[in-house]
Design a protein around this ligand. Sequence first.
Ligand code: UDP
Ligand code: MN
Length: 398
Amino acid sequence: MAASGTDQARVCFATLLTTDSYMHGALTLAASLRATGTHHEIICLVADGQLSRSALERLARAFDRLVTVPLLNTNDASSLALLGRPDLGSTVTKIGVWALTDYERVAFLDADTLVLASIDSLLCLDLPSELAPGDVHVGRDFRANGGMLNEGLLAAAPDLGWPDCFNSGVFVAKPSDATHSGLLSLLATQGSFDGGDQGLLNAYFADWSRADHTRRLPFAYNTTSTSFYTYAPAFAHFSSAIKVVHFIGAHKPWKWHRALDGSLLLGCTAATPYDSNASPFAVFVEKWWNVHDEYVSLWSPDKGDFNADVALSLSEQYASADVLQPSTTPQTVLLPSSHAMDDAWKRAGTDYSNVEARTTDNDGWSEFMPASDFALSPSTSGPSSSHASSVQLHRNAD
Ligand code: UDP
Ligand code: MN
């Protein structure tokens, strides 16, 4: 699948997984990249000893290569509390990107990104002298300047929260042992000002916003989910140019609740930051699920592609199911019987419903349950059918 010949520099797309819980993000990202028709290698950095065997097996089918990297952690509870993301201490594992010295250039994407259009230009090494408007032009001035800049970071887009910082969810890196050990020693001596990878990387590549304009990627290469709220007219004006959507924050697309027909239950969860149908960003969450359903959930292990037979049987099976309406009061939702569900799992690798009601650990999916939001209990009332068993879905008291 990779297109790197012997006389060509080696380049790749890469993402990172430190936990099983982001696996569907990584698989969906890989599928969205492949859908652009790229011929470049797509690799996944996996934190040593952190992922389940079944996750590694699925990842190995979706990526061209898995690279094990040592798990790092800032263990900086107070900075992470300020960031509001106590879970992000281990994202500094991302600096393993700079240890990939068998690549000359790596375009890194967080596992919570979705690619909507070709981004091969990020890996283009032979840069044309003239570029069409909107094209990315990574690193030319840097080369012309004779390498005066820290060459480890070739390009990144600004962070909306503090635009003099870059958002570390999408960037182009030039791996080198010197940069890698420099990052490790900064981590050991000063830590990260936000407790995650972004603070560390911005401290290390502190000249990013000033030294060379070619290192500033257009925002379309890392459109973060909050942009609609901070600048809605710009979002509307430029939205057709968006190439990469980045679902920042704790509420990832795979945590959205869905009806049994696959439609998103906007506003259903207490945690959702989106305002029902009013949010255009919900459209991107829907796109994420479309890619997931088409290429990931129905991936046949044998064929490695979409399995139409399974899709048909699942949609028939769920056709008569009721839809859960957004509400704060207890609702009844129909789930396929556990037998039908297990059957579907065996055939399709996952189920369609994502009602987050599963209690068994199958392929890591149960780890995606936002257990703090909802609890399930058997119901004595409510509709039932031969394909469905009835459960009550209600919010936990806390
Ligand atoms: N990550 C992971 N497991 C985790 C947290 C993070 O694999 O539990 C990886 C994943 O690639 C993720 C990246 O680290 O996309 C950065 O974390 P996240 O995207 O949640 O940060 P945000 O973009 O929301 O600031
Ligand atoms: Mn992210």
